[in-house]
Design a protein around this ligand. Structure first.
Ligand code: WTA
Length: 640
């Protein structure tokens, strides 16, 4: 592997943390949990009924209490959020203001009949009302389910229906690349007609004219007379905090369910270890709260610590590619956490743009969501961090709740290697195994697995215990399977090499191939479809779709391409649009009916298929070769 090392740290070295975690991970996490405020202590640190883990059983806690109430004595006037609108407007929200808004909204929800355990769907752009809504739910024990505001009406209604949400909180619209996305219209198209949705609360972000229906309530009207008194509900540590839907290998997104005590303990600890957070820091994470990074490291992690953070509403390159650097300069950002896709895009504009801004306040940089190429890592290190900021490459997933592999400058200084997420966090036992579940030698590619439970671990999948066992715990016995390939080098550093299952990572967003295929097949003229990802210089991966049409279709290919794009945009959302559609007579499949995706990928990339004997089970080598040739001929002209 790449062996270039960068010896840089923040001078923190507390080896006792690793040692105590190694000796006994349960009592290690037991101690970590004591940093939170509990109404009542737990009686059992870990209840492990594989594969279900329950942390701090018997403990009573509230997430909104731990992010707001506890800061009211010493930090009430401290900004919690420095909000930057895409259109240049800004807002400052102190911990006190946030506290008041959350309590008022919690009372509104109560008055609408929302009780502990009820679900509330939140479909908002990146405005302060989004974290306020989440914490209002958390305060009364309602389960929030945030839907990314770039998702379409079909994606939204699927999630509202699956979670059976009583309330939807949305906005009239949101800004993205200078345009308004009409969120309220999307809600009207999909979810407001669903019977169990009792009310839709609408925040007016743009002020544009909207149609108000019977169920609709305007945010400012319901908030106006709402009381500021609302005690945090005393909840069990193992109660549910939220559902977040994420793509997997099956057609329907899965509802990943997170609890309270374990999840918050994981975030409190990792936020401190990884970001070395100090009271004076100005933290800026560019993730949208619609994804897990936003839940964990925009909402819960920073607010647990009473940190000040910048929250940005729009696209990182709007109105131009200097926007991120401009924000860092304007607010004096000290910690910047973003994605490799954003960095690859910004790097293309050259060094002069970032060099013309004052980035000297930065002291720590981070990335998340996809593998970072060493060239981009070095650019981030040299040009943005001016060779003085450690970079934390953080590996984790929606299901893990928080970081599991990352450098931790808050507790230790280790040499950094561009492209490696380095070591597991304390208390985690992570290995790389072969197909039979045996550990591979160092420097050998295999599947990443996790041997022991951790506090941020998902409680399960919403209403689907069987699927939970099947997806994460059936490939290797008693081992958690995240679905990533990895290599461990001779120093024990982990290098994450992308997904080993049918999940694509496009611009850091998780998209399931099955979800996309079922959307394409919903078009009247389509018989079958298969999609795959190919490397993309900026987005990491881009989507290629192979489409088999029904017989006697007379629509032109050009027309079909545009209809299929539209189908996907309205059923999933613009982020899932394939960059290319190829029309084929037949899709290459194994005898057991599995699509040979590696073969499709090779064709899309104009490569040979290499050693086909290990390609897929159940297919003869000559069959694969002839399928490859036929398909290649079939799409040659379309590539031109
Ligand atoms: C990928 C995002 C390489 C990985 C927090 C994982 C990464 C999936 C990294 C989860 C990283 C995340 N290096 N790959 N630092 N971080 N991934 O659920 O494939 O949106 O399984 O969570 O992103 O994506 P999710």
């Amino acid at each position: 592997m790449h062996s270039e090392e960068f010896d840089i740290g923040l001078g923190n070295n507390d080896s006792s943390i690793r040692t105590s975690a190694k000796n006994d991970y349960v009592s290690f996490w037991n101690n970590c949990a004591k940093s939170l405020s509990w109404f009542e202590p737990w009686t059992e640190t870990l209840q492990w009924n594989p594969p279900f883990a329950r942390w701090f059983v018997g403990g009573k806690i509230n997430a909104s209490y731990n992010t707001l109430d506890i800061h009211q004595d010493s930090k009430s006037e401290k900004p919690a959020i420095l909000w930057e609108g895409e259109d240049g407007t800004d807002r400052k929200i102190t911990y006190k203001e946030m506290f008041v808004e959350v309590k008022k909204l919690a009372n509104v929800l109560k008055s609408l009949g929302v009780k502990k355990g009820d679900r509330v769907t939140i479909y908002l752009p990146m405005i302060p009302e989004l974290p306020i809504s989440m914490l209002a739910c958390a305060r009364i024990g309602a389960i929030h389910t945030v839907v990314f505001s770039g998702f379409s009406s079909k994606s939204l209604s699927d999630r509202v229906e699956d979670s059976q949400s009583k309330i939807i909180i949305t906005a009239d619209g949101g800004y993205r690349k200078g345009k308004i996305i009409n969120l309220k219209e999307i809600v009207d198209d999909s979810a407001s007609s669903v019977q169990f949705v009792k009310n839709v609360i609408v925040y007016q972000r743009t002020g544009q004219k909207i149609q108000l229906n019977e169920k609709d309530l305007l945010w400012h009207e319901v908030m106006q007379n709402s009381s500021e008194e609302c005690d945090a509900e005393i909840l069990d540590s193992t109660d549910s905090l939220y559902i977040l839907y994420t793509s997997g290998t099956t057609g329907k997104p899965k509802g990943v369910l997170h609890g309270i005590g374990g999840y918050l303990t994981h975030l409190y600890s990792t936020y401190k270890w990884a970001f070395d957070i100090k009271d004076t820091d100005v933290y800026f994470c560019t993730a949208d709260i619609g994804w897990v990074t936003g839940h964990s490291y925009v909402v819960y992690g920073p607010l647990l610590h009473g940190a000040t953070q910048v929250m940005y509403e729009g696209a990182p390159d709007h109105p131009d590619s200097s926007r991120m650097w401009d924000i860092i300069q304007k607010y004096g950002v000290t910690i910047f956490y973003t994605t490799p896709t954003a960095l690859r895009m910004l790097m293309k504009f050259g060094d002069d743009i970032p060099n013309s801004f004052n980035l000297s306040t930065l002291r720590l940089l981070g990335t998340v969501g996809e593998p970072i190429n060493p060239e981009v890592w070095k650019w981030y290190f040299n040009v943005i961090g001016k060779k003085k900021c450690p970079i934390i490459d953080t590996w984790w997933q929606t299901e893990t709740g928080g970081m599991l592999i990352s450098p931790l400058p808050g507790i230790e200084t280790i040499p950094l290697k561009p492209g490696s997420a380095t070591l597991p966090i304390p208390g985690l036992d992570i290995e790389v195994v072969d197909e039979t579940g045996n550990e591979v030698e160092s420097e050998t590619k295999g599947s990443l697995i996790i041997k022991t439970p951790w506090p941020g671990m998902l409680l399960g999948l919403w209403k689907d215990a069987e699927k939970y066992k099947d997806v994460y715990w059936s490939k290797f016995e008693s081992l958690y399977y995240p679905g990533d390939y990895a290599i461990k080098d001779s120093d024990g550093y982990l290098w994450l090499l992308g997904r080993s299952d049918d999940v694509l990572k496009v611009a850091g967003h998780r998209i399931g191939t099955a979800e996309l295929e079922s959307s394409i097949v919903s078009h009247n003229d389509v018989a079958e479809s298969a999609v795959c990802g190919i490397p993309d210089e900026v987005k990491g991966e881009s989507i290629i779709a192979f489409v088999m049409l029904k017989e006697n279709v007379s629509t032109s290919e050009e027309q079909l391409r545009s209809e299929l794009r539209e189908t996907i945009r309205t059923q999933i959302g613009p982020i899932a649009t394939p960059s290319q559609f190829y029309f084929v007579n037949k899709l290459p499949k194994t005898r057991s009916g599995k699509i040979m995706r590696r073969l499709l990928k090779a064709i899309a990339k104009n490569e040979t298929i290499g050693d086909v004997s290990t390609l897929e089970d159940g297919a003869a080598v000559n069959e694969i070769q002839s399928a490859f040739q036929e398909l290649q001929k079939n799409i040659e002209n379309q590539k031109k």
